[in-house]
Write a protein that binds this ligand. Sequence first.
Ligand SMILES: Cc1cc2nc3c(=O)[nH]c(=O)nc-3n(C[C@H](O)[C@H](O)[C@H](O)COP(=O)(O)O)c2cc1C
Length: 176
Amino acid sequence: MSLFGNKESVKGKKSLVIYFSRADENYAVGNIDKGNTEVIAEYIQELTGADLFKVEPLKPYSPSYKVCCDEALEEKRQNARPELKRYLEDISDYEVIYIGSPIYWGTMPMCMFTQLEKLDFTGKMVKVFTTHEGSGLGSVVTDVRKICKGANVLDSLAIQGSLVYRSKGKVEDWIN
Ligand SMILES: Cc1cc2nc3c(=O)[nH]c(=O)nc-3n(C[C@H](O)[C@H](O)[C@H](O)COP(=O)(O)O)c2cc1C
């Protein structure tokens, strides 16, 4: 096992991507219609046939980048578990779970914690990916290992948010 997790083949296995992503005003790129993490989630879907589940907080973050940063920091300080629009209850149909998140203040936005804590990851293969603007994986892999008890956390992928449209090859290499 390496620092970033085991390498084990996930090819041909029934897969699900659980991710959060925010459009609107974003770092370095102005207003975007589709969040960076969603772009990567859709590459994974295209390359593997995975199903997608998007985590959406009941109260969305502000479209303003600065306000969103403040909201997310406050949630983190409070160790909040924001309510979601809908909850994924059962992942028993899937062998491989991709967990995708932007880095918010060094880790995942708290709504990802809300969702992941509800699921039973025993025996699942988990692959973590992040998009970020400098923090890489942040503490996401450590946090995922804590939450997703019993999962086999495989190698992870960090992609710079502003480069997502040039990163399909990287995603493909990572999956294979
Ligand atoms: C609230 C907030 C906090 C962020 N914190 C970090 C951070 O700590 N480190 C980092 O590298 N990027 C940080 N970013 C940049 C995002 O991780 C990056 O733009 C990401 O690609 C956004 O993904 P999305 O478009 O899928 O939401 C932050 C962005 C926001 C909105």
